[in-house]
Design a protein around this ligand. Structure first.
Ligand SMILES: [Zn+2]
Length: 374
């Protein structure tokens, strides 16, 4: 991954490049930031720059043997660790899943754990990193550098390590070896051991700017117009993965579903609300999550409108019309409750609650909240 292929974050790139050029390479670094901001591509670009012997002022050369290996994620001095599902009677190590992981990242450098799970076809299996992986890390660290430079140990989503594995990792981090760099790439650093956090230099990757996302969308979906890409970019809240999913799945569908469902709730059309429960179930888990995230986004926009800070409202077209109308139903007594109900529902979808029961229940609560008067 070249820095030039990582979307946005110009200042951060310049800082990372400057650090390497000035020989300030911390032994352990934590690339942290929200989903779809680009932690993984940024860490890979950093690794490529670090390992490239012909690095240029603003990027790796892209042509040397090191860069050619890196482009395929097959550099012998780049060790890759990531969460896997456990197969009975098989070693619980990353190596057996390495080809799949490489393909997933090469196809979607902004990979997240759900996409990775889909790729593994392991919808119902838990992805984790056990003690075998910690031992695999130790074993790989004992290998000498093939190309005579740095060895890079990239650990993707270390927050999914079991307690024992995390403690073993901590031991390794406490005894730095020369020319070995740990790149921890996390979406949820709060779940990491505080002692691991304190050992690592923090590289914060902020959510992407809407203009950066809109530009990336137009490149990937040339059929999208300027307005539409910008509308999706605004709605994605800096999450490129989400933006691409929305463009793929048709954000129109989410909007229509959400709008019509709320309308049915407001009109207390019980039979319709139950029908929406069936439709919600049929969407499948990923779309259910998208719908909940989308709903929350739209409700937040309505709340801003209701609180009379329309300069912060970031919607266009038919969403704008919806926000203007729906915000009139909000008041002191229900605004927070509606947001909380959607947040809770999103959490329950993530935890695999029965979608039909969940959504029907949500509909009834929404009916009560929407009719609440001050
Ligand atoms: Zn190179």
């Amino acid at each position: 991954m070249l820095f030039s292929k990582v979307i946005g974050h110009a200042t951060l790139k310049a800082k990372l490049i400057g650090n390497i050029r000035e020989g300030r390479v911390a032994h352990a670094q934590l690339f942290m930031g929200p989903r779809g901001a680009g932690n993984l591509p940024m860490a890979l670009a950093y690794a490529q720059y670090l390992l490239c012997p012909d690095r240029e002022a603003v990027d790796a050369c892209g042509k040397c043997p090191s860069c050619i290996h890196m482009a395929k994620l097959e550099h012998p001095d780049l060790h890759l660790m990531f969460p896997i599902y456990f197969v009975e009677k098989k070693p619980k190590t990353c190596d057996q899943f390495l080809p799949e992981w490489r393909n997933s990242v090469l196809a979607t450098p902004y990979l997240d754990v759900d996409k990775w799970r889909e790729q593994l076809d392991s919808a119902n299996k838990q992805l984790r990193m056990g003690v075998d992986i910690a031992q695999e890390i130790q074993r790989k660290l004992s290998l000498r550098s093939f190309m005579g430079g740095y060895k890079v140990m990239l650990i993707w989503l270390p927050e999914l390590m079991d307690g024992t594995a995390a403690n073993k990792l901590l031991k390794v981090l406490e005894e730095p070896e020369p020319n070995t760099v740990f790149l921890l790439v996390s979406n949820d650093p709060e779940k990491l051991l505080a002692t691991i956090l304190s050992r690592a230099q923090l590289v914060r990757i902020p959510a992407l700017r809407p203009t950066d996302i809109a530009g990336a969308l137009r490149e990937q979906f040339p059929e999208l117009g300027n307005d539409e890409s910008m509308a999706i970019a605004l709605r994605s809240e800096g999450d490129l993965l989400e933006a691409v999913e929305m463009a793929n799945k048709g954000e129109e569908m989410l909007f229509v579903f959400f709008r019509d469902w709320l309308r049915a709730c407001y009109l207390k059309q019980v039979a319709d609300a139950i029908e929406f429960g069936d439709q919600f179930q049929a969407l499948g888990r990923e779309k259910q999550k998208s719908l909940m995230r989308y709903g929350l986004y739209l409700i937040r926009q309505c709340a801003l409108q209701w609180q009379q800070v329309p300069e912060l409202v970031r919607v266009l077209g038919q969403e704008q019309e919806f926000v203007q109308n729906f915000s009139k139903l909000l008041n002191e007594r229900n605004a927070d409750g509606i947001r909380q109900e959607l947040e809770t529902a999103h959490l329950h979808v993530e935890r695999n609650a029965n979608p039909k029961i969940l959504f029907t229940d949500l509909s009834y609560r929404m009916m009560g909240l929407l009719r609440m008067k001050v």
